[in-house]
Design a protein around this ligand. Structure first.
Ligand SMILES: [Zn+2]
Ligand SMILES: [Zn+2]
Ligand SMILES: [Zn+2]
Length: 940
């Protein structure tokens, strides 16, 4: 008789080989065909509680990179988890569609520059460009397994969204936050536009470092100086071109300034910096004959280095430092933030001799027509000629650069539209909200954004570009060509935009754009001219809480979560917080979660030049999106996240372990029907109850992980459950029962009951992470007759656990067996190595122990010991004394492996002295004989 056929050997069609890259595509097709998303949406709309994660819009430019994948997968895991937990987790993804990057790319493709462009045509092309990448990125995000409102996302270029942008601007205008002012702004002369703080990058740059003498006109103010010698203020600068706009020299009120006689002239230098400065010219014989406090320098006037101004003042401030330079600071309010503020306080002129291309204008005299950076050398030459250059050199330092064109930028005072951050104590209110109303995860984010808010200048809202929402400001000729942003015009224009989009600003005449019969309230005339500035693109996305949360989604503020890269403390979190606090008096979010950047295996930034870029598309094509999702789940994303070939290989290995564990469970359920075969909890074997207790712990840890957005904790709990509890222990031990018992025997059904329950819960625990694999598993799960159940795992609820399953007393009871098991397996392995035994079932284990507790612990589990150790026989003996135990944990316990007694059963391979006793089945053991007899009987 062929006894093998009487075993219940595992069978399943669930493939060992994942083949995710292919299988995921089939699953995506299925989801689309069955319109899975509409079923999920139905679930959301019926939910009684809500959890809204508001999507920060990626920029519609290029394919997605690995950072996008990290961001969207994190969001998706949260949304899927919350959906399973019964929340309305409506997720409406969006794209940022206006702005400089698209303009740049397009100008490059068209081989044109800004001056050769016609507004409306160019804007159409920009629109098409953005929509093309919206389409590409949408497919790529869907391919990651991210669920959301993909057919109707929010786009900052739709008339509806643009309406909300203008509406928000109008509200802010009405509340008094918007003003026009002259201010130094970050200015890219290459892109010919102002830049927001978030658009500035700091890079290394080589600059001139020059020390210049400014000749004092009234040295008699300082008493006691020798007569007949010229007196100079010595200043230091790394931007010689800004000397053109110099109007003052700033000194610190408390510093001591030395009057240094260097021979034919006298220099003023801050005393502690004196030696370093003089050493540059190797001046050793200088004589200091007077020290004066900064405040006493007030009243000194000097002549501009190029004689562009007479009697420039010395001003006294408190921001001068002793870190570098001379302690006397050249001041040009047209070219610097601090200078601008100090200039305002001291009534200085804001001289701005540089045009939008970075070219000197008339004021610069002989330097007119020169580009500022190219003028540096000429200026230094000229100073040398005039004998006022003390010293010149080059230095390497960090310098602001344009985020787009990567070129160094300048500070330039221009007239712009601003949002006043200190109006109505907005800055203070924002700081309060950051501390009191918003949770920052990780917590370091709070300090970071607080610091940024405390020091940030007013928000420059206007840009001199084409691709964005026009600011409907007009020039009133009646008021002497003043720029005006009339609320009535804003309102009127917003309504026009709602119907026709913002192109109308460029298509229609000024007459058509103004409300009927509108006259300027200041001058009573209606003689207006259009302006051409557009809004900062950060304002577009910054008011998404109006356009999307309140508008499209019809949800309330604040929403539960914003989740973006930590660079957005400077960007979107701030640009959202400021208008929300100004308009609504409350933040748009309750919690802000940030993640780090993706770096290579050695922690380096990814770049084309280093050749270390890993594209998500490649990973998906080679391994599948679930591997990428697993990488995200395992990552400690509060810091920079590493990815490399080696990391991916480890993940694939982990994936395989989870998959194979699940496959083994599925393969033993082919004849199991929960309704027919389920064994009641109280009748489960202790080991089966132990497995449910471990499952309960896993469920708790996974849930705690998801709740705290600590996916690493969740996935580690799941992984170690699969690998340690199931694969290494539980499944290993129950194989014998599953294979050799009669199919319907209670001990087999008991194990199957537990396998089925584990799978039912495990498949839901992994669904937010391994969204594709979970669906594949779900299709293979035994279904109960009770309910047909949803078509997709993603329509299921988060699993519930029976209270009774947590059984610490059983875990405690079996602990000694499980602790001793690795020692027994090790001893068996040693015997296998020497060839004394083949399989472990060939063995008998003799355990001798001097410990009472150990003996009792083993003895009361006597019946199951052989199954735990997967051997044929186990004998436990209490002995008086043991000198050397098997391990530090078992110092008085000894393990001995012998050949098992009796004969090997042909069916179950266990050894038994009873083999041969049955005449009909002389090759079988006492366990197998009745089973085979019963099967034969049933067949007859
Ligand atoms: Zn630029
Ligand atoms: Zn007017
Ligand atoms: Zn047997």
């Amino acid at each position: 008789m062929e006894y093998r056929k009487t075993l219940n050997l595992p069978q399943t069609d669930f493939a060992m080989k994942a083949d995710l890259a292919k299988k995921e595509l089939t699953l995506l097709e299925g989801w689309a065909k069955e319109n899975l998303y509409s079923q999920i949406k139905k679930k959301w709309s019926a939910a009684k509680k809500s959890f809204i994660l508001h999507d920060g819009p990626p920029y519609a430019n290029g394919q997605i990179h690995i950072g996008h994948a990290l961001n969207k997968i994190l969001k998706d895991m949260i949304v899927k988890y919350k959906t399973m937990k019964g929340f309305d987790a409506y997720y409406l993804p969006g794209w940022d569609c206006h702005g400089l990057p698209i303009e740049h790319q397009l100008l490059k493709e068209l081989k044109k520059d800004k001056s050769q462009i016609e507004h409306v045509t160019f804007r159409r092309q920009a629109h098409d460009y953005a929509m093309k990448y919206v389409g590409i990125q949408r497919e790529e995000f869907k391919r990651l397994g991210v669920f959301g409102e993909w057919d109707n996302p929010y786009l900052t270029l739709t008339p509806e969204y643009e309406f909300w942008i203008l509406k928000s601007l109008q509200t802010l205008r009405e509340k008094g936050y918007v003003y026009r002012g002259l201010k130094p702004v970050n200015w890219c002369f290459h892109c010919e536009t102002a830049l927001a703080e978030a658009e500035v990058e700091y890079e290394n740059h080589s600059s001139p470092s020059v020390y210049v003498k400014f000749k004092v006109n009234n040295p008699e103010v300082i008493s006691g100086l020798p007569k007949g010698k010229d007196v100079y203020l010595l200043i230091w600068t790394t931007t010689p071109w800004t000397l053109i706009a110099n109007v003052a020299v700033a000194v610190h009120q408390k510093f001591q300034y030395a009057c240094v006689d260097v021979g034919k002239e006298i220099l003023l230098i801050e005393n502690s910096l004196r030696e370093t400065v003089l050493a540059k010219q190797a001046i050793t014989n200088a004589k200091v004959f007077k020290e004066i406090e900064g405040t006493q320098l007030k009243g000194i006037v000097y002549t501009h280095p190029f004689d562009l101004r007479k009697d420039c003042p010395v001003i006294v401030v408190d921001y001068v430092t002793k870190e570098e330079g001379t302690g006397l600071v050249h001041t040009a309010p047209g070219h610097g933030q601090e200078d601008f503020i100090a200039g305002k306080a001291n009534g200085l002129d804001v001289v701005m001799p540089v045009d939008h291309r970075g070219i000197f204008m008339d004021y610069a005299g002989e330097f007119k027509g020169q580009h500022v950076f190219k003028a540096n050398d000429l200026i230094i030459e000229k100073l040398k000629e005039k004998g006022t250059l003390f010293y010149s050199d080059k230095i390497q330092h960090t310098y602001p650069h344009c985020w787009r064109c990567k070129k160094p930028i300048i500070f330039r005072a221009t007239e712009q539209w601003f949002l006043k951050v200190d109006h109505e104590n907005l800055r203070g209110k924002i700081a309060e909200a950051i501390k009191k109303d918003i949770e920052w995860v990780p917590l370091a984010g709070e300090e970071r954004i607080l610091g940024m808010i405390a020091t940030r200048p007013d928000w420059c809202l206007s840009r001199q570009r084409f691709w964005g929402v026009p600011i409907p400001a007009v020039i009133c000729r009646g008021c002497g060509n003043q720029h005006k942003l009339f609320p009535e015009v804003l309102e009127h224009f917003a309504e026009m935009v709602k119907r026709n989009g913002t192109d109308v600003w460029f298509q229609k005449s000024i007459k058509e754009l103004m409300p009927p019969n509108f006259v300027c309230p200041d001058c009573g005339k209606n003689d207006f001219e259009k302006t051409q500035d557009i809004l900062d693109v950060w304002f577009d996305s910054g008011v998404s809480h109006q356009a999307v949360i309140k508008g499209m989604m019809a949800r309330l503020l604040p929403v539960d979560l914003y989740l973006e890269g930590s660079d957005q403390h400077r960007g979107w979190f701030q640009s959202s917080l400021i208008p929300a606090m100004a308009m609504e008096g409350q933040p748009p979010f309750k919690t802000v979660l940030t993640h780090g950047f993706v770096v290579d295996g050695q922690g380096r930034k990814m770049s084309k030049s280093l050749g270390n870029v890993i594209a998500p598309q490649e990973i998906i094509k080679n391994y599948g999106a679930d591997i990428l999702r697993l990488w995200v789940a395992f990552s400690n994303y509060s810091e920079d996240v590493r990815i490399s070939k080696e990391i991916l290989e480890r993940l694939i290995d982990a994936y395989r372990k989870i998959r194979n564990t699940i496959r083994f469970m599925l393969s033993n359920l082919y004849d199991y029907s929960p309704n027919r075969d389920e064994v009641e909890y109280k009748n489960l074997s202790e080991l089966d109850q132990w497995a449910l207790s471990r499952l309960t712990r896993t469920w708790q840890d996974a849930q705690a992980g998801f709740e705290r957005y600590d996916f690493d904790k969740a996935v580690k709990a799941i992984y170690s459950f699969c690998n340690d509890d199931l694969s290494s222990i539980y499944l290993d031990i129950i194989k014998d029962r599953l294979y050799t018992s009669t199919a319907h025997a209670q001990e087999r059904r008991s194990a199957q009951t537990v396998l089925c329950k584990i799978l039912d819960i495990l498949v839901r625990l992994i669904a937010p992470i391994l969204s594709f694999t979970a669906e594949e598993i779900y299709l293979y799960l035994p279904k109960t007759n009770k309910a047909n159940g949803p078509q997709s795992v993603h329509c299921l609820d988060w699993p519930q656990i029976e209270n009774t399953w947590q059984a610490p007393q059983i875990e405690e009871k079996l602990k000694i067996l499980l602790d001793l098991r690795p020692e027994v397996l090790k001893a068996l392995e040693e015997k296998r190595q020497t060839g004394d035994i083949g399989s472990s079932l060939d063995a008998k284990v003799l355990i001798e122990t001097a410990s009472d507790s150990c003996f009792q612990g083993l003895d009361r589990n006597q019946e199951v010991l052989r199954y735990f150790f997967i051997v044929s026989q186990v004998e436990v003996r209490k002995v008086g004394k043991i000198d050397k135990g098997v391990s530090p944990d078992f110092p008085t316990t000894r393990i001995q492996i012998d050949k098992a007694g009796g004969q090997k059963c042909a069916r179950c391979w266990n050894y038994s002295i009873d083999v041969g006793k049955d005449t009909l089945h002389p090759m079988l053991c006492e366990r197998c004989v009745p089973i085979v007899k019963e099967m034969n009987h049933a067949q007859q």
